[in-house]
Design a protein around this ligand. Structure first.
Ligand SMILES: Cc1cc2nc3c(=O)[nH]c(=O)nc-3n(C[C@H](O)[C@H](O)[C@H](O)COP(=O)(O)OP(=O)(O)OC[C@H]3O[C@@H](n4cnc5c(N)ncnc54)[C@H](O)[C@@H]3O)c2cc1C
Length: 488
């Protein structure tokens, strides 16, 4: 489809507010003078409906502010896209001006500064429609999970949201997307029916199993490597009943809890998704006293089934494995699932890195406790182990590029992403993952790769599929227009 034929969808009234770019140093942005003739920028402004900010313009820093403020973007120019036509026009303009193209929805997953790029921000693209009969949601690029979950719940349906519904549907799903219904229903990417995407030639494609099957395989798991997704059609899951929540335990019981978890988790049916995390909670006023400034162990539990008595019975061995500080596990609506992980809502600076494990043995847990246990005075906010398996281990109905299905558990370590602590946080975090090296699965989950050294590390995460992904990349983006984020 050419740009002029593209429909302009109405803007929604629910465009999220800009993140206050508190930690962005305006001096950094001011040093970047606009790199294009003013006339060229005016021409871009005249063909897109959304705002355009060149380096040096007021409003650029706010437009590209991230949720994870550890990464600050300094693009050469930003386009606040309102529709697919804006995206297509922005890509075409970038290519004509030899710029590479970056994209941001919420800023929950920046990998590194997309310096010098043309950055397309999608948060104005809030179109969301649900067809309850077909159980399909069409979700534009700026929509976050909270809106999908709330709208779908009205029909007894749910999307395969992750631990935080503030995350963008598109970014999450393109990276696989593993959430609290995952062991029963698989990755979010496994339930994509169609992808609307602008490729490097500035054209909008509607890609599905019958149309451009190779690109359809690649983009579901291949993250932002192939173009700018303007909308996804995703299958919704009927969920009539859910029991879930989280329990905070005293840190003194970490050894007993983690060892109980390794014995218990693999016995669970696919209805259950669960994880356990050693958390060093900040001394924030908003936190209740048993958690404020404390190191605790947080068990997360979700049972996607009707038999709640069975769900309680399955959970009981963990409830008696340590001293409960506080927590809630009970019936919940699918749009209340943020209560399972209780992820932070406000923007924060975070450094994170993940890996998959083939096994969680007695020695694995000991290695985790020795490097991340509560006895250590280390700047690690979280060391988390999530149970995988079930539908996450099976190929999608229409196979896709999501790696890591052979992982038995996913590990994620997260620390404060502030420059003064960067070296020590990275060293401690990598130390934990290094200690777990003997149990490392060959592939990794893209959404939890975190800090990567470059394309080769991203490539390694895909295992043998990287060859095929690179062939698709060479066919649709030979010049590497889309080479930010988790670039292959
Ligand atoms: C608090 C928190 C909880 C999380 N929980 C989970 C979880 O439970 N399970 C899980 O799997 N992941 C989880 N994640 C990881 C998350 O899925 C990724 O960080 C994801 O990339 C965020 O997408 P975003 O659009 O919100 O972020 P952004 O920073 O806006 O985008 C991140 C990247 O996504 C890609 N992208 C975004 N929009 C587009 C587009 N329109 N077209 C092409 N590419 C695009 C780009 O590569 C971009 O660089 C979590 C992250 C956070 C911060």
């Amino acid at each position: 489809m050419g740009i002029s034929e593209l429909p302009r969808e109405p803007e929604s009234a629910t465009v999220p507010a800009l993140i206050d770019p508190v930690l962005i140093d305006p001096a950094v942005l001011d040093t970047l003078a606009p790199a294009f003739p003013a006339g060229d920028v005016d021409e871009l402004r005249s063909v897109v409906h959304g705002p355009v900010y060149a380096a040096g313009d007021d409003g650029l820093a706010a437009e590209v502010a991230t949720w994870n403020v550890a990464v600050q973007h300094t693009p050469a120019i930003a386009v606040g896209a309102t529709c697919a036509a804006d995206v297509a026009a922005a890509v075409a303009w970038a290519v004509a001006h030899d710029l590479r193209v970056a994209v941001q929805a919420t800023g929950h997953g920046p990998v590194r500064n997309a310096a010098g790029s043309l950055m397309i921000t999608t948060r104005r693209m809030q179109g969301l429609s649900i067809d309850p009969d077909r159980r399909i949601a069409r979700v534009q690029a700026g929509v976050t999970w909270v809106r999908v979950m709330e709208a779908a719940a009205e029909f007894g349906l749910a999307g395969l949201c992750g631990s935080s519904s503030d995350v963008g549907v598109v970014g999450y799903t393109l990276g696989g997307g593993m959430g609290s219904l995952g062991r029963k229903h698989g990755f979010a990417a496994d339930h994509v029916e169609a992808v609307e995407m602008v490729t490097a030639d500035g054209r909008l494609h509607r890609i599905c199993a019958d149309s451009e099957p190779e690109l359809f395989w690649a983009v579901r798991g291949g993250k932002g490597n192939f173009g700018i997704v303007t909308a996804l059609e995703i299958e919704l899951i009927p969920v009539s009943s859910l029991l879930g929540g989280g329990i905070f335990f005293a840190a003194d019981d970490a050894h007993a809890l983690l060892h109980r978890f390794r014995e218990w988790a693999p016995t669970l049916p696919e209805e259950v998704s669960t994880s356990i995390a050693i958390m060093r909670m900040p001394p924030m006023e908003q936190l209740p006293p048993p958690l404020r400034g404390q190191t605790v162990v947080h068990l997360r539990y979700a049972y996607a089934g009707n038999d709640h008595a069975e769900a309680e019975r399955l959970l009981s061995p963990m409830k008696v494995a340590g001293t409960i500080l506080l927590g809630f596990v009970g019936p919940m609506r699918t749009d209340e699932m943020d209560g399972i992980h209780m992820d932070p809502v406000d923007p924060m600076p975070a450094w994170e890195k993940g890996m998959l494990l083939t096994d969680l043995t007695e020695e694995t847990v000991d290695a985790l406790l020795a490097t991340a246990g509560p006895q250590l005075d280390i700047p690690l906010i979280m060391a988390e182990v999530r149970l995988m398996g079930g539908a996450l281990a099976r190929p999608a109905k229409v196979p896709n590029a999501v790696p890591g299905r052979s992982g038995a558990f996913a590990v994620l370590v997260l620390g404060p992403g502030i420059p003064e602590m960067a070296q020590v946080v990275r060293a401690v975090g990598k130390g934990v993952l290094g200690a777990l090296g003997p149990w490392k699965a060959p592939e990794s989950m893209i959404n939890f790769l975190g800090d990567v050294s470059g394309p080769e590390e991203v490539a390694a995460a895909y295992g043998p599929a990287i060859q095929r992904l690179r062939e698709v990349k060479a066919a649709v983006d030979p010049a590497g227009v889309f080479s930010f984020g988790h670039a292959i």
